[in-house]
Write a protein that binds this ligand. Sequence first.
Ligand code: PAF
Length: 254
Amino acid sequence: MNIWRHIDGWREARAGTVFTGRSIGFVPTMGALHAGHLSLLERARAENDVVVMSLFVNPTQFNDPKDFEKYPQTLDADLRAAEAAGVDHVLVPDRQEIYPDDYRYRITEDRLSRILEGAHRPGHFDGVLTVVMRLFNLVRPDRAYFGEKDLQQLLLIRGMVEAFFMPVEIVACPTVRAEDGLALSSRNTLLSPEGRAKAPTFSAILRSVEDPSAARAELERAGFEVDYVEDYEQWRLGAVRLEGIRLIDNVRRQ
Ligand code: PAF
């Protein structure tokens, strides 16, 4: 497995003949890999000749600096997991490598990015879309893999690819859940054992309560701080805080 810390070296390699005629599957991540990421890597491995993963905790998508500071960082374990999953190339750039312009140039969407998650995290999706656009330009993948857990992110990235005629197929992969129903997330590791035991109630209530405002009230009764529970097209999406840790999830409406 090749590890690229510098964009220049990677770009030179990417321009070489070794990639010619070979399909490239790309899995962008912020590290702290769990079984959800592994499912994306597995699918990318099965569908492409070459698998590229990026590992970059993107500062521009954190509207809350405290959230950025406490985001779990497990580089060595992540590299071992990537290698075991058959990744060929990992990009591990730093901020300066990805943002040589200091984020003067950015991508903005002005409808879907403003509601739900976007209404509670101003600037979040500008950061996500901008980093994904930059990574796509660096990797030039045939396919890129995203989890349905971050549904709004997935819809916005699809929309960006269509709007900018980008030659990449966006592959949506189902949310991976723990046995008790909790959607896997790097942030779950920040919960105490008591918090972790309570967390699955979030998806259970999202799924089982008919009306979004009743679901909100039920979540509050169960001890969650609720940012939103809303129905959007065929999905119900929600975000809550538990022990100060933000959890998001979505379920398909019946
Ligand atoms: O879903 C994530 O982990 C991030 O938002 C992504 C797509 C890697 C961009 O930083």
